[in-house]
Ligand binder design. Structure first.
Ligand code: HDD
Length: 692
């Protein structure tokens, strides 16, 4: 049953030399869905000029029928997402470890599709919610589709899939009121997680800057669970998967995130789309932590517990491949909405562990796709269809698009040739790893899963001072939105088991007394060493490449300085956008005009990684009276941004009430541009004493 991309056009749609497509092209003849050419696409068929519409108006019914059924259920979680086509290239062949096709030979390329997402928000929710980001990768291998359905955080809230519906009900908008949208800062979420201490490690990550990434391009991804590699001899090892962004890691600060959501709710999707469109293709290294049973037995925690990670300092990540996002989607519905991921989609060489969260996921994803996409034949949709031949005796079903020929629809049969195929391939086909499993059937949580706090503490201690402050502020913000004080108190009791300083700082920020520590199943370990790999700031990029500079210009801005700044940043791989009092062209001193990308009211500094204030003297005076210009400057200051100061910018600082510090660099002449761009490599000026 070859699963070719179905031809969706009708003969009447063929344009001059055009491929057959359903998309409307210039000059095409408009038809109904069944191809009848329309004589009038604007008016329904009525009796007389003003009479009622006729029941026989098939053209109206055809159009309205389809429109009325345009929406499908959004994903129950991860509804808001954005995708791109990609290529995975093998950098280090590992046939000794796995027979997985993508890692068979160095240089081998595998087609892939990636979907990033937030978890809690609905399809139309803003991108900068404090949330986990989904990082789902579909690899179309010659041995079938392999989906690595991960997140940008290496651990999870719960240990057993049985708790997933509870977790999701708790974080989604509350059923009796319908809010909050895309936010965990409410009673039901904190009620649930404070009652489920196993979520504490994940909470530390979710309250860290990992949950407000600057871009999908600047975040890590993780397979989370322990999986298995299996080689051609059937030998198996455990493996954890990591995606490391070659762009480096970067997040925004919380006050900035709140404002980005207002200024550009599509901030993340726009960023990804623009980067790919401009040819600045985002890349991740795919790394693995490979270990055997002996390591698993000796490791401090249970490798089947998805609330735990294996620090990279304990078990280094070995890079084996590189993922490049090389093409934007053409159609959001056909690709981003219809793509169907599932952890159960594995290929020979990849197998599961007994992680009870993973086992539950393997069951759940198929169901959700049937609900959402409406037919068991969703695997035939172009974005889901394997690129390798497909042969089986699955037949019929809603929206069957393949023309399944022949008489034999069962195995074995004597009608489909000598081999009576298709038949399973005992040599090359998928073989599950042989495992010895025994024991009484029971519902319980293994004792080895009981430590809920030690790795949360390790994560906290592995952060820089700035990052710890952000974690404290995030807990305080979220718990500050919780109305029931019992929930806040319970959570503070749990945090005492993580670290006294953390609990005290959160309590102080909330102006609440510190309660007794809650009872922990096992004492928190204080001997786990810091893991620098867990910090974003300790692993920041070394250049401004891929980031965006916002340049504030007015009539009379100095052309030489503007040009020098733009060239210095563009040469370093950054994007430069101009903000002006209005969207029309500004006249530069030194001749010529410049067309801005944003008017100041729609181009706040939160949209940029650093800003340069290059107004003329008159322009600065006029801007100093505008709220949006004052916000531009004071927000850049509050968000620790580096600011380039043109010769006439001081009046803007004064209007915004900002005292310049070492994060403000002179851009009085063209010669200053090089120093500014070099300094911007550090992305932010964290020494500034503000809380954002
Ligand atoms: Fe899940 C979607 C990641 C636990 C059930 N999940 C979904 C997506 C990602 C993840 C990235 C979006 C895929 C897309 O872009 O279409 N989920 C995770 C990770 C988990 C996790 C990393 C823990 C390690 N998920 C999890 C559990 C269950 C589910 C325990 C249920 C037993 N997840 C689903 C789902 C979704 C989903 C309900 C909703 C839409 C979809 O599957 O296709 O089935």
């Amino acid at each position: 049953m070859p699963n070719k991309r179905p031809s969706t056009s009708t003969p009447g749609q063929r344009g001059e030399g055009d491929e057959l497509h359903q998309g409307v092209k210039r000059g095409e003849r408009m038809t109904t869905a069944t191809g009848t050419p329309l004589g009038d696409g604007q008016n329904s068929l009525k009796v007389g000029d003003r009479g009622p519409t006729l029941l026989e108006d098939f053209a109206f019914r055809d159009k309205m029928f389809h429109f009325d059924h345009e929406r499908i259920p959004e994903r129950v979680v991860h509804a808001r997402g954005y995708s791109a086509h990609a290529t995975l290239e093998c950098l280090d062949a590992i046939p000794d470890l796995t027979r997985a096709a993508p890692f068979a030979t160095k240089g081998k390329k595998t087609e892939a599709f990636v979907r990033f997402s937030t978890v809690a928000g609905n399809l139309g929710s803003p991108d900068l919610a404090r949330d986990v980001r989904g990082f789902a990768v579909k690899m179309y291998t010659e041995d079938g589709n392999w989906d690595l359905v991960g997140n940008n955080i290496p651990v999870f809230f719960i240990q057993d899939a049985m708790k997933f519906p509870d977790l999701v009900h708790a974080v989604k908008e509350e059923q009796d009121r319908g809010w909050p949208q895309a936010a965990s800062a409410h009673d039901t979420f904190w009620d649930f997680v404070s009652l489920m201490p196993e979520s504490t490690h994940m909470l530390l990550w979710a309250m860290s800057d990992r949950a407000i990434p600057r871009s999908f391009r600047f975040m890590e991804g993780f397979g989370v669970h322990t999986y298995r590699f299996v080689n051609a001899d059937g030998e198996s090892t455990f493996v954890k998967f990591h995606w490391k962004p070659r762009q480096g890691m970067q997040s925004v600060v919380w006050n900035e995130a709140l404002k980005i959501n207002g200024a550009d709710p599509d901030f993340h999707r726009r960023d990804l789309h623009a980067a790919i469109e401009s040819g600045d293709l985002p890349q991740w290294d795919l790394g693995v932590q490979v270990f055997d049973e002996a390591f698993a037995d000796e490791f401090d925690f249970d490798v089947l517990d998805a609330t735990k990670l294996i620090p990279e300092e304990v078990l280094p990540v070995r890079v084996i491949a590189r993922l490049t996002l090389d093409r934007n989607v053409d159609n959001m519905f056909a690709e981003n909405e219809q793509v169907a991921f599932g952890t159960h989609n594995v290929i020979p060489g990849i197998d599961f562990s007994n992680d009870p969260l993973l086992q539950g996921r393997n069951f759940s994803y198929l169901d959700t796709q049937l609900k959402r996409l409406g037919s068991t034949n969703f695997t035939q949709l172009p974005v889901n269809a394997p690129r390798c031949p497909v042969a089986h005796f699955q037949r019929d079903g809603h929206m069957q698009t393949s023309l399944q020929e022949g008489r034999g629809t069962y195995e074995p049969n004597s009608l489909t040739g000598d081999d009576r195929g298709p038949r399973a391939d005992v040599v090359q086909g998928y073989q599950s790893v042989m495992r010895e499993e025994a024991g009484p059937t029971r519902r319980l949580r293994a004792e080895s899963f009981a430590d809920h706090y030690s790795q949360a503490r390790q994560f906290f201690l592995s952060q820089t001072e700035v990052e710890r402050e952000h974690i404290v502020a995030a807990f305080a913000f979220e718990l500050g939105k919780v109305e029931d004080p019992r929930i806040r108190t319970r959570m503070l009791g749990n945090l005492r088991n993580v670290h006294e300083d953390l609990a005290q700082a959160v309590a102080d920020t909330l102006a609440m007394p510190l309660p007794e520590a809650s009872e922990a199943a096992v004492p928190t370990r204080t001997d786990l060493p810091e893991s620098p790999a867990l910090s974003i700031l300790r692993n920041g990029p070394e250049s401004f490449a891929g980031r965006k500079l916002g340049v504030l210009v007015t009539d009379g801005s100095d052309k030489a300085v503007v040009k020098a700044v733009a060239s210095a940043f563009e040469e370093s791989g950054a994007v430069v956008e101009y903000v002006a009092p209005a969207i029309g062209p500004v006249k530069l001193k030194g001749g010529g005009t410049l067309t801005p990308d944003h008017a100041i009211d729609g181009g706040p500094s939160v949209l940029f990684d650093a800003v340069a204030l290059l107004p003329s003297s008159d322009g600065a005076d006029a801007l100093a009276r505008r709220a949006s210009a004052k916000d531009f400057v004071s927000d850049a200051f509050a968000h620790h941004k580096l600011v380039g100061l043109g010769a006439d910018a001081a009046v803007l600082l004064a209007a915004a009430g900002v005292e310049p510090d070492e994060g403000f660099l002179d851009l009085a002449s063209a010669d200053d541009a090089a120093v500014f761009v070099t300094r911007c490599a550090s992305l932010r000026h964290w020494d500034r004493d503000v809380r954002a």
